[in-house]
Write a protein that binds this ligand. Structure first.
Ligand code: PHE
Length: 445
């Protein structure tokens, strides 16, 4: 099976399009707020640098050298045949599972573009009512926008790597950077910008506990799109002779810059208008619309472009979450792209409807398992369990299973004197940190 190739810039845009997602603009600011700001942000940045960056290189390596879908990549790089490591390819499934709720959230964002265009809620109470009504009672609206999300994502996927994914990212990523960059610059002119910088970077380490550590590591993975085969699958389409280190650096830098810019901008607005930083998941959908209303005409404009940017971020990540399974069915099951894209799309669309219904008051109790409704359960199982597990498998695979010469052949030159440091990190540091996360999760430590 011949795999289509990205151009160099196309790859950087697609991989950063995958990384920059709802995680950066919606999730990062609210968890930073919940865990008290500074110390959490610093821990997150350190994790991104020490663990995230190393695993990004490893994941790119597996795709680039394996040159196929996730399962086949693991097989190709393992000299033992049959390879039990092919089960590492299960990671693609995690991406598809994330899509179950990710597509629903993209639907909410579409709805909020319309709300921003028509009538912003006038205060927080009103904003809360609007959001909760949509979430807990309004099946029709959510279903309508979830359907639109499904159609766009599936359409892009069936157009393939070059005609679909690369094109989408060529258009949406520059626009997204422009919007977030522009709003960030505006925020720097407001009085509260200094307070936002203090909040995000002044570290009070007494606020740090093991839960904050687990959340920081989990989020570093999620935001860099690691452990789900997304980066792996895109890397199988890297042009020959690519420098994996440069590519990873770009992706990590763009992802981090956008998270920090989005966080600083949101907190500046919050402080400027006297809202609470620790607002939880409703930060973007509740506090922010009310603030935009208060800002007057410029707020109306910001509201529209902000939700448009959020939709762009979501869509470019969504295609990368689904593509690994699409690729798998194309190369292992001989599906046509059309059939593969359509069946994966229908999967997340239909199961997504169950997730959507599990937030609706009348159905919630019958769709609650282990104390979480289906929507939250999928979020938890993927982000907290499947994704770090994927990272653990990849680091052990690259660190201990793939022959060192093969790794050196690709990475020694671009990493230079940092090669051994990276190799050590992949063999010991990353697996240790990920095991701590796993043990903590199950309440063992
Ligand atoms: N990185 C994306 C975000 O921040 C989510 C994602 C995770 C995308 C894993 C692909 C793979 O929202």
């Amino acid at each position: 099976m011949k795999i289509e190739r990205f151009t160099r810039l196309g790859f950087i845009l697609a991989a950063s399009g995958s990384a920059v997602g709802l995680g950066n603009i919606w999730k990062f600011p609210y968890i930073a707020g919940e865990y008290g700001g500074g110390a959490f942000v610093i821990m997150y940045l350190l994790t991104v640098l020490v663990i995230g960056f190393s695993i990004m290189i490893a994941e790119m390596f597996i795709g680039y050298e394996g040159r196929s879908d996730g399962v086949t990549c693991f097989e190709n790089l393992d000299h033992a045949k049959p390879s039990i490591w092919r089960f590492g390819g299960f990671m693609g499934l995690s991406g598809l599972f994330v899509m179950i709720f990710y597509s629903v959230v993209i639907g909410w964002i579409f709805n909020y573009i319309v709300i921003a265009l028509t009538s912003l809620p006038a205060n927080v109470t009103e904003a809360e009512r609007v959001f909760n009504t949509m979430l807990n009672t309004d099946i029709v609206t959510q279903l309508f926008y979830h359907t639109i999300a499904f159609i766009i994502i599936t359409y892009v996927l069936l157009k393939g790597i070059k005609g679909g994914i690369e094109k989408l990212n060529y258009v949406l990523m520059p626009l997204l950077m422009l919007i977030i960059g522009g709003m960030f610059l505006y925020a720097t002119t407001l009085d509260s910008f200094g307070a936002a910088v203090d909040f995000m970077f002044k570290a009070d380490f007494s606020k740090i506990n093991s839960e904050a550590f687990v959340v920081a590591v989990g989020h570093a993975f999620f935001t860099l799109s690691l452990g789900m085969g997304a980066i792996l699958t895109y890397s199988a389409s890297l042009p020959k002779g690519s420098n994996l280190i440069k590519s990873s650096l770009y992706v990590v830098a763009i992802d981090t810059a956008i998270a920090l810019a989005a966080g600083l901008m949101l907190f500046t607005f919050l402080f400027q208008y006297g809202a609470e930083p620790a607002k939880g998941p409703g930060l973007v959908f509740i506090s922010l619309p009310a603030i935009f209303y208060e800002m007057g005409i410029i707020g109306n404009f910001f509201a529209v472009i902000f939700f448009v940017a959020l939709a762009f971020a979501g869509l470019t990540s969504a295609v990368s979450l689904t593509e690994p399974m699409v690729q798998y069915f194309i190369s292992r099951w001989n599906f046509s792209r059309l059939k593969a894209a359509l069946s994966m799309g229908l999967f997340f669309y239909l199961v997504g409807i169950v997730a959507l219904l599990s937030n609706i008051d009348t159905y919630e109790s019958s769709l609650t398992f282990f104390g979480n409704n289906f929507f939250d359960l999928v979020d938890f199982v993927t982000a907290a369990i499947m994704l770090p597990l994927g990272g653990l498998i990849m680091s052990i695979f690259v660190g201990f299973v793939v022959e060192k010469q093969r790794v050196e052949k690709v990475l020694k030159e671009p990493l230079g004197k940092f090669f051994e440091l990276w190799y050590f990190s992949i063999r010991y540091v990353a697996p240790t940190a990920l095991s701590i996360v796993a043990l903590n999760l199950f309440g063992i430590i």
